[in-house]
Design a binder for this molecule. Structure first.
Ligand code: C5P
Length: 345
Protein backbone atom coordinates (compact mmCIF):
# COMPACT_ATOMS: atom_id res chain seq x y z
CA UNK A 1 0.00 0.00 0.00
CA UNK A 2 1.31 3.43 -0.95
CA UNK A 3 -0.27 6.60 0.40
CA UNK A 4 -0.70 9.13 -2.43
CA UNK A 5 -2.34 12.01 -0.60
CA UNK A 6 -3.20 13.04 2.95
CA UNK A 7 -5.45 15.86 4.23
CA UNK A 8 -4.98 17.33 7.70
CA UNK A 9 -7.27 19.75 9.53
CA UNK A 10 -5.53 22.19 11.86
CA UNK A 11 -6.93 24.75 14.32
CA UNK A 12 -6.19 28.43 14.93
CA UNK A 13 -4.58 29.30 18.26
CA UNK A 14 -5.29 32.06 20.70
CA UNK A 15 -3.20 33.09 23.71
CA UNK A 16 -5.12 33.26 27.00
CA UNK A 17 -2.01 34.83 28.50
CA UNK A 18 0.97 36.24 26.62
CA UNK A 19 3.68 37.56 28.95
CA UNK A 20 6.71 38.88 27.07
CA UNK A 21 10.17 39.25 28.63
CA UNK A 22 13.06 41.40 27.40
CA UNK A 23 14.49 41.22 23.87
CA UNK A 24 17.10 38.43 23.61
CA UNK A 25 20.38 38.59 21.70
CA UNK A 26 18.89 36.35 18.96
CA UNK A 27 16.06 38.83 18.22
CA UNK A 28 13.39 36.79 20.01
CA UNK A 29 11.72 37.41 23.37
CA UNK A 30 11.36 34.93 26.20
CA UNK A 31 7.69 34.22 26.73
CA UNK A 32 5.33 32.63 29.12
CA UNK A 33 2.12 31.98 27.26
CA UNK A 34 -1.01 29.90 27.59
CA UNK A 35 -1.96 28.61 24.15
CA UNK A 36 -5.52 27.48 23.44
CA UNK A 37 -6.65 25.85 20.16
CA UNK A 38 -10.08 26.91 18.85
CA UNK A 39 -12.45 25.46 16.25
CA UNK A 40 -11.51 27.64 13.30
CA UNK A 41 -9.61 25.44 10.86
CA UNK A 42 -7.38 25.41 7.81
CA UNK A 43 -7.05 22.22 5.75
CA UNK A 44 -3.76 21.16 4.21
CA UNK A 45 -3.45 18.38 1.61
CA UNK A 46 -0.11 16.90 0.58
CA UNK A 47 0.17 14.67 -2.49
CA UNK A 48 3.20 12.84 -3.84
CA UNK A 49 4.64 14.82 -6.79
CA UNK A 50 7.81 15.12 -8.82
CA UNK A 51 8.85 18.33 -7.05
CA UNK A 52 7.67 20.53 -4.16
CA UNK A 53 5.01 23.15 -4.83
CA UNK A 54 2.38 25.01 -2.82
CA UNK A 55 -1.06 26.29 -3.82
CA UNK A 56 -3.14 28.44 -1.46
CA UNK A 57 -6.90 28.89 -1.76
CA UNK A 58 -9.54 30.57 0.44
CA UNK A 59 -9.48 33.44 2.95
CA UNK A 60 -6.58 35.84 2.19
CA UNK A 61 -4.87 33.34 -0.15
CA UNK A 62 -3.19 36.10 -2.16
CA UNK A 63 -1.34 37.27 1.00
CA UNK A 64 0.38 33.91 1.56
CA UNK A 65 3.79 33.40 -0.08
CA UNK A 66 3.86 30.43 -2.44
CA UNK A 67 7.66 30.26 -2.74
CA UNK A 68 10.36 29.01 -0.37
CA UNK A 69 9.15 31.54 2.27
CA UNK A 70 5.95 29.56 2.69
CA UNK A 71 6.05 28.09 6.20
CA UNK A 72 4.38 24.84 5.11
CA UNK A 73 7.08 24.27 2.47
CA UNK A 74 9.75 25.07 5.05
CA UNK A 75 8.16 22.46 7.32
CA UNK A 76 8.30 19.89 4.48
CA UNK A 77 12.04 20.61 4.02
CA UNK A 78 12.73 20.38 7.77
CA UNK A 79 10.88 17.07 8.07
CA UNK A 80 12.71 15.62 5.08
CA UNK A 81 16.03 16.65 6.66
CA UNK A 82 15.05 15.18 10.05
CA UNK A 83 14.07 11.85 8.44
CA UNK A 84 17.27 11.73 6.40
CA UNK A 85 19.30 12.34 9.55
CA UNK A 86 17.45 9.63 11.43
CA UNK A 87 17.25 6.87 8.81
CA UNK A 88 19.37 5.60 6.02
CA UNK A 89 16.62 6.30 3.51
CA UNK A 90 16.15 7.33 -0.08
CA UNK A 91 15.47 11.03 0.14
CA UNK A 92 15.06 13.05 -3.02
CA UNK A 93 16.42 16.38 -1.83
CA UNK A 94 16.75 17.91 -5.30
CA UNK A 95 14.40 20.68 -4.36
CA UNK A 96 16.19 21.60 -1.15
CA UNK A 97 18.29 24.02 -3.17
CA UNK A 98 15.60 26.71 -3.26
CA UNK A 99 15.39 26.50 -7.00
CA UNK A 100 12.43 28.81 -7.55
CA UNK A 101 11.57 27.50 -11.00
CA UNK A 102 11.31 24.05 -9.61
CA UNK A 103 9.34 25.11 -6.51
CA UNK A 104 6.94 27.23 -8.52
CA UNK A 105 6.58 24.78 -11.35
CA UNK A 106 3.00 23.69 -10.47
CA UNK A 107 3.80 20.14 -11.42
CA UNK A 108 0.32 18.73 -11.97
CA UNK A 109 1.35 17.25 -15.27
CA UNK A 110 4.28 15.33 -13.92
CA UNK A 111 3.84 11.81 -12.67
CA UNK A 112 4.31 11.38 -8.94
CA UNK A 113 7.02 8.83 -8.23
CA UNK A 114 5.35 5.64 -6.98
CA UNK A 115 8.59 4.03 -5.72
CA UNK A 116 11.11 2.75 -4.91
CA UNK A 117 10.20 1.70 -1.42
CA UNK A 118 12.35 2.36 1.61
CA UNK A 119 13.68 -0.40 3.76
CA UNK A 120 10.71 -1.89 5.64
CA UNK A 121 8.30 -1.07 2.79
CA UNK A 122 7.75 2.64 3.56
CA UNK A 123 7.59 4.90 0.49
CA UNK A 124 10.33 6.86 -1.10
CA UNK A 125 10.55 10.43 0.23
CA UNK A 126 10.00 12.49 -2.90
CA UNK A 127 8.42 15.84 -3.72
CA UNK A 128 5.05 16.98 -2.45
CA UNK A 129 2.34 19.20 -3.88
CA UNK A 130 0.92 21.09 -0.88
CA UNK A 131 -2.57 22.61 -1.13
CA UNK A 132 -3.63 24.93 1.68
CA UNK A 133 -7.29 25.77 2.08
CA UNK A 134 -7.49 28.79 4.36
CA UNK A 135 -10.18 29.91 6.77
CA UNK A 136 -7.81 31.27 9.43
CA UNK A 137 -7.12 34.91 8.48
CA UNK A 138 -3.56 35.66 7.36
CA UNK A 139 -1.44 37.87 9.69
CA UNK A 140 -4.35 38.02 12.15
CA UNK A 141 -2.62 36.92 15.36
CA UNK A 142 -4.15 33.43 15.14
CA UNK A 143 -0.98 31.62 13.99
CA UNK A 144 -2.53 30.56 10.67
CA UNK A 145 0.84 30.18 8.91
CA UNK A 146 2.19 28.14 11.82
CA UNK A 147 -0.96 25.99 11.74
CA UNK A 148 -0.39 25.24 8.04
CA UNK A 149 3.24 24.29 8.76
CA UNK A 150 2.12 21.95 11.56
CA UNK A 151 -0.48 20.38 9.26
CA UNK A 152 2.16 19.85 6.56
CA UNK A 153 4.38 18.06 9.09
CA UNK A 154 1.61 15.74 10.26
CA UNK A 155 0.47 15.10 6.66
CA UNK A 156 3.97 14.32 5.30
CA UNK A 157 4.67 12.07 8.29
CA UNK A 158 1.68 10.00 7.08
CA UNK A 159 2.41 10.32 3.34
CA UNK A 160 5.96 9.08 3.83
CA UNK A 161 4.92 6.66 6.59
CA UNK A 162 7.85 8.06 8.50
CA UNK A 163 6.48 7.13 11.93
CA UNK A 164 7.70 10.19 13.86
CA UNK A 165 6.04 10.48 17.27
CA UNK A 166 4.10 13.61 18.23
CA UNK A 167 7.09 14.69 20.36
CA UNK A 168 9.48 14.21 17.42
CA UNK A 169 7.14 16.23 15.19
CA UNK A 170 7.07 18.98 17.85
CA UNK A 171 10.90 19.03 17.84
CA UNK A 172 10.93 19.52 14.04
CA UNK A 173 8.12 22.09 14.39
CA UNK A 174 10.17 24.22 16.80
CA UNK A 175 12.77 24.76 14.07
CA UNK A 176 10.10 26.09 11.69
CA UNK A 177 8.49 28.76 13.94
CA UNK A 178 7.67 29.59 17.54
CA UNK A 179 3.97 28.61 17.35
CA UNK A 180 4.23 25.53 15.11
CA UNK A 181 4.76 22.96 17.87
CA UNK A 182 1.56 24.07 19.61
CA UNK A 183 -0.47 23.59 16.42
CA UNK A 184 0.74 19.97 16.35
CA UNK A 185 -0.31 19.47 19.98
CA UNK A 186 -3.51 21.56 20.33
CA UNK A 187 -5.65 21.68 23.47
CA UNK A 188 -4.53 24.15 26.12
CA UNK A 189 -0.79 24.29 26.84
CA UNK A 190 1.79 26.47 28.52
CA UNK A 191 4.55 27.68 26.20
CA UNK A 192 7.94 28.90 27.36
CA UNK A 193 11.17 29.93 25.67
CA UNK A 194 10.19 31.43 22.30
CA UNK A 195 6.83 29.70 22.85
CA UNK A 196 8.04 26.38 21.46
CA UNK A 197 8.74 24.64 24.81
CA UNK A 198 5.33 23.22 25.63
CA UNK A 199 3.70 21.49 28.54
CA UNK A 200 0.01 20.58 28.51
CA UNK A 201 -1.99 22.67 31.02
CA UNK A 202 -3.92 20.95 33.78
CA UNK A 203 -7.48 22.05 33.01
CA UNK A 204 -11.05 21.07 33.86
CA UNK A 205 -12.89 19.46 30.92
CA UNK A 206 -14.79 22.68 30.14
CA UNK A 207 -15.71 24.07 26.72
CA UNK A 208 -15.22 27.82 26.25
CA UNK A 209 -17.17 29.87 23.72
CA UNK A 210 -15.24 32.54 21.84
CA UNK A 211 -16.12 35.33 19.45
CA UNK A 212 -13.40 36.32 17.00
CA UNK A 213 -13.60 39.82 15.52
CA UNK A 214 -11.47 40.00 12.36
CA UNK A 215 -9.99 43.40 11.59
CA UNK A 216 -9.85 45.17 8.30
CA UNK A 217 -6.05 45.01 7.98
CA UNK A 218 -2.95 43.18 9.11
CA UNK A 219 -0.22 43.51 11.71
CA UNK A 220 3.31 42.17 11.29
CA UNK A 221 4.37 40.09 14.30
CA UNK A 222 8.02 41.36 14.34
CA UNK A 223 6.74 44.97 14.06
CA UNK A 224 4.39 44.52 17.05
CA UNK A 225 7.23 43.03 19.16
CA UNK A 226 9.41 45.97 18.01
CA UNK A 227 6.77 48.48 19.15
CA UNK A 228 6.55 46.73 22.54
CA UNK A 229 10.33 47.12 22.95
CA UNK A 230 10.03 50.84 22.14
CA UNK A 231 7.12 51.33 24.56
CA UNK A 232 9.23 49.70 27.29
CA UNK A 233 12.52 51.39 26.36
CA UNK A 234 12.86 53.32 29.61
CA UNK A 235 11.96 50.67 32.12
CA UNK A 236 13.32 47.40 33.39
CA UNK A 237 11.48 44.38 32.00
CA UNK A 238 11.22 41.42 34.35
CA UNK A 239 11.10 37.71 33.66
CA UNK A 240 7.62 36.74 32.44
CA UNK A 241 5.52 34.79 34.96
CA UNK A 242 2.64 32.39 34.47
CA UNK A 243 -0.62 33.86 35.84
CA UNK A 244 -1.66 31.83 38.89
CA UNK A 245 -5.21 33.24 38.66
CA UNK A 246 -5.59 32.23 35.01
CA UNK A 247 -4.34 28.69 35.68
CA UNK A 248 -6.64 28.41 38.70
CA UNK A 249 -9.63 29.53 36.57
CA UNK A 250 -8.73 26.87 33.96
CA UNK A 251 -8.39 24.19 36.63
CA UNK A 252 -11.83 25.16 37.97
CA UNK A 253 -13.36 25.43 34.46
CA UNK A 254 -14.69 28.86 35.50
CA UNK A 255 -15.37 30.98 32.41
CA UNK A 256 -16.14 34.11 34.42
CA UNK A 257 -12.80 34.03 36.23
CA UNK A 258 -11.02 33.12 33.00
CA UNK A 259 -12.55 36.14 31.25
CA UNK A 260 -11.24 38.44 33.97
CA UNK A 261 -7.75 36.88 33.91
CA UNK A 262 -7.06 37.09 30.14
CA UNK A 263 -3.92 39.16 29.43
CA UNK A 264 -1.62 39.98 26.54
CA UNK A 265 1.53 42.13 26.69
CA UNK A 266 1.29 42.62 22.90
CA UNK A 267 -2.11 44.28 23.22
CA UNK A 268 -0.78 47.78 24.00
CA UNK A 269 1.62 47.86 21.02
CA UNK A 270 -0.99 46.29 18.71
CA UNK A 271 -3.60 48.90 19.70
CA UNK A 272 -1.07 51.73 19.32
CA UNK A 273 -0.39 50.53 15.75
CA UNK A 274 -4.06 49.83 14.98
CA UNK A 275 -6.09 52.33 17.06
CA UNK A 276 -9.46 51.09 15.70
CA UNK A 277 -9.03 48.00 17.90
CA UNK A 278 -9.83 50.10 20.98
CA UNK A 279 -13.42 50.49 19.74
CA UNK A 280 -13.72 46.80 18.88
CA UNK A 281 -12.50 45.78 22.35
CA UNK A 282 -14.85 48.09 24.22
CA UNK A 283 -17.82 47.09 22.01
CA UNK A 284 -17.34 43.37 22.81
CA UNK A 285 -17.32 44.06 26.54
CA UNK A 286 -20.34 46.35 26.23
CA UNK A 287 -22.22 43.54 24.42
CA UNK A 288 -21.71 41.24 27.40
CA UNK A 289 -18.41 39.37 26.91
CA UNK A 290 -16.80 37.99 30.08
CA UNK A 291 -13.47 39.31 28.84
CA UNK A 292 -11.80 40.49 25.67
CA UNK A 293 -8.31 40.96 24.34
CA UNK A 294 -6.20 41.22 21.22
CA UNK A 295 -5.22 37.78 19.90
CA UNK A 296 -1.44 37.28 19.86
CA UNK A 297 0.14 40.12 17.89
CA UNK A 298 -3.30 41.13 16.51
CA UNK A 299 -5.25 42.57 14.92
CA UNK A 300 -7.97 39.93 15.57
CA UNK A 301 -9.85 40.61 18.84
CA UNK A 302 -11.22 37.82 21.01
CA UNK A 303 -14.14 37.73 23.39
CA UNK A 304 -15.12 35.03 25.85
CA UNK A 305 -18.86 34.39 26.20
CA UNK A 306 -20.75 32.54 28.94
CA UNK A 307 -22.47 30.16 26.46
CA UNK A 308 -22.68 29.32 22.75
CA UNK A 309 -25.93 31.33 22.56
CA UNK A 310 -24.30 34.40 24.18
CA UNK A 311 -21.37 34.07 21.77
CA UNK A 312 -23.81 34.19 18.81
CA UNK A 313 -25.53 37.27 20.30
CA UNK A 314 -22.20 39.06 20.79
CA UNK A 315 -21.11 38.13 17.25
CA UNK A 316 -24.33 39.55 15.77
CA UNK A 317 -24.02 42.73 17.86
CA UNK A 318 -20.35 43.26 16.86
CA UNK A 319 -21.26 42.72 13.22
CA UNK A 320 -24.06 45.26 13.44
CA UNK A 321 -21.87 47.82 15.22
CA UNK A 322 -19.47 47.94 12.26
CA UNK A 323 -16.38 47.68 14.51
CA UNK A 324 -14.69 44.89 12.54
CA UNK A 325 -14.47 43.36 9.05
CA UNK A 326 -16.12 40.04 9.94
CA UNK A 327 -16.89 37.88 12.96
CA UNK A 328 -16.85 34.17 13.76
CA UNK A 329 -17.66 32.07 16.78
CA UNK A 330 -15.44 29.19 17.86
CA UNK A 331 -15.17 26.75 20.75
CA UNK A 332 -12.03 25.64 22.54
CA UNK A 333 -10.03 23.73 23.42
CA UNK A 334 -9.82 21.44 20.36
CA UNK A 335 -7.09 18.94 19.38
CA UNK A 336 -4.13 19.93 17.20
CA UNK A 337 -3.44 18.89 13.59
CA UNK A 338 -5.36 15.70 12.71
CA UNK A 339 -5.56 13.57 9.59
CA UNK A 340 -9.08 13.75 8.15
CA UNK A 341 -8.68 12.07 4.73
CA UNK A 342 -6.17 10.13 2.71
CA UNK A 343 -5.92 8.12 -0.49
CA UNK A 344 -3.87 5.04 -1.19
CA UNK A 345 -2.99 2.85 -4.18
O1 C5P B 1 9.07 32.25 15.32
P1 C5P B 1 8.31 33.09 14.36
O2 C5P B 1 8.91 33.07 12.99
O3 C5P B 1 6.84 32.80 14.34
O4 C5P B 1 8.44 34.58 14.89
C1 C5P B 1 8.15 35.68 14.10
C2 C5P B 1 8.80 36.92 14.69
O5 C5P B 1 8.13 37.28 15.90
C3 C5P B 1 10.25 36.78 15.05
O6 C5P B 1 11.09 37.04 13.97
C4 C5P B 1 10.40 37.81 16.17
O7 C5P B 1 10.55 39.10 15.61
C5 C5P B 1 9.05 37.78 16.85
N1 C5P B 1 9.06 36.90 18.04
C6 C5P B 1 9.72 37.30 19.18
N2 C5P B 1 9.74 36.49 20.29
C7 C5P B 1 9.07 35.31 20.26
C8 C5P B 1 8.37 34.88 19.12
C9 C5P B 1 8.38 35.70 18.00
O8 C5P B 1 10.31 38.38 19.21
N3 C5P B 1 9.09 34.54 21.36
Amino acid sequence: MIVTSVTVRVPAKINLQLAVGPLRADGYHDLVTVFHAVSLYDEVTVAAAAADSVTVVGEGADQVPSDGDNLALRAVHELRAAIAERDDVLVDDDDDDDDEDEDAAGDEDEEAPAGPLREGGAPYIGGVAVTISKRIPVAGGLAGGSADAAAALVACNELWQAGLSQQELCDVAAAVGSDVAFAVLGGTAVGRGRGERLSPALVAPAVYHWVLAFADGYLSTPAVYGTLDKLRANRAVGTPELSAELMSALRAGDAERLGAALSNDLQAPAVSMFPALRKTLSAGIEFGALGGLVSGSGPTCLFLASSAARASDIAVALSGAGVCRAVATAAGPVPGALVVRGSVV
